[in-house]
Design a protein around this ligand. Structure first.
Ligand code: ADP
Ligand code: TYD
Length: 210
């Protein structure tokens, strides 16, 4: 891929991804960038159907392998239908979650290990983010933020699962220091946004942006 840019946001549920994505989207649009916002699972008509199957709390019997394939299927469609074409047109793609979510939640959280990497290598091919912002916060610190939310099937999983997922993200960051920017998710909304803008400047497309 060339021309455009692919930015992803990662972190456990309630870490502040949506909040930061909307601030970044506004900042980039105001600066004249052509921004495409998308999300996983979902982001395409097919992907949104897959999303509703995955997250439906009544799908109690779903096997974790089925779950892993569904995330990867939604991703395969999004990569080919949306992300690669947009980046090739020179657009800035911001995605709420991408393949790191499967590594954190399925490989570490569900303890499915390398199967997940293999499966996802087929789903994404060569398409990897130029930069990933990991909003790092322990699950116990998001509890108050999640109050009042109607929980989906994944959010309803055990505390141990969520803690393994949190630790999985640290492993991903350690293994990909050039791509993954780790930001303390407990920090204020404004300061996190500032750190994101500073770190974006390392990419040619955003040289000089504030
Ligand atoms: P995510 O998209 O990662 O699930 P959200 O952006 O929806 O997270 O944030 C979850 C909740 O926490 C929201 O109520 C949001 O207003 C709040 N929140 C987001 N960022 C912060 C922050 N840095 N400090 C305190 N609360 C935050
Ligand atoms: P998300 O859209 O972040 O949920 P919400 O709209 O409630 O903020 O993601 C849905 C859930 O799916 C979330 O708990 C994380 C999980 N997930 C995985 O387990 N694996 C994946 O590959 C992805 C993309 C998400």
């Amino acid at each position: 891929m060339n021309n455009g840019c692919f930015i992803t946001f990662e972190g456990i549920d309630g870490s502040g991804k949506s909040t930061q994505i909307s601030l970044l989207e506004k900042k980039l649009r105001d600066a004249g960038y052509d921004v495409l916002l998308t999300r996983e699972p979902g982001g395409t008509e097919i992907g949104e159907k897959i999303r509703s199957i995955i997250l439906d709390p009544s799908n109690e019997e779903m096997d974790q392998m089925t779950e892993a394939y569904l995330y990867a299927s939604s991703r395969a469609q999004l990569v080919r239908q949306v992300i690669v074409p947009a980046v090739n047109e020179g657009r800035i793609v911001i995605c709420d979650r991408f393949v790191d979510s499967s590594i954190a939640y399925q490989a570490y959280g569900r303890q499915m290990g390398e199967t997940i990497e293999l499966l996802n290598s087929f789903a994404v091919g060569e398409c990897l983010p130029d930069i990933t912002f990991l909003l790092r916060i322990e699950p116990e610190n998001t509890r108050s933020r999640m109050e009042g939310r109607e929980l989906d099937r994944i959010e309803m999983a055990s505390d141990d699962f969520h803690y393994r997922t949190f630790l999985g993200y640290d492993q991903i960051a350690a293994a990909n220091p050039d791509r993954v920017v780790v930001i303390d998710g407990r920090d204020s909304v404004e300061h996190i946004h500032e750190l994101i803008m500073i770190n974006l400047q390392r990419l040619d497309e955003f040289d000089g942006i504030r």
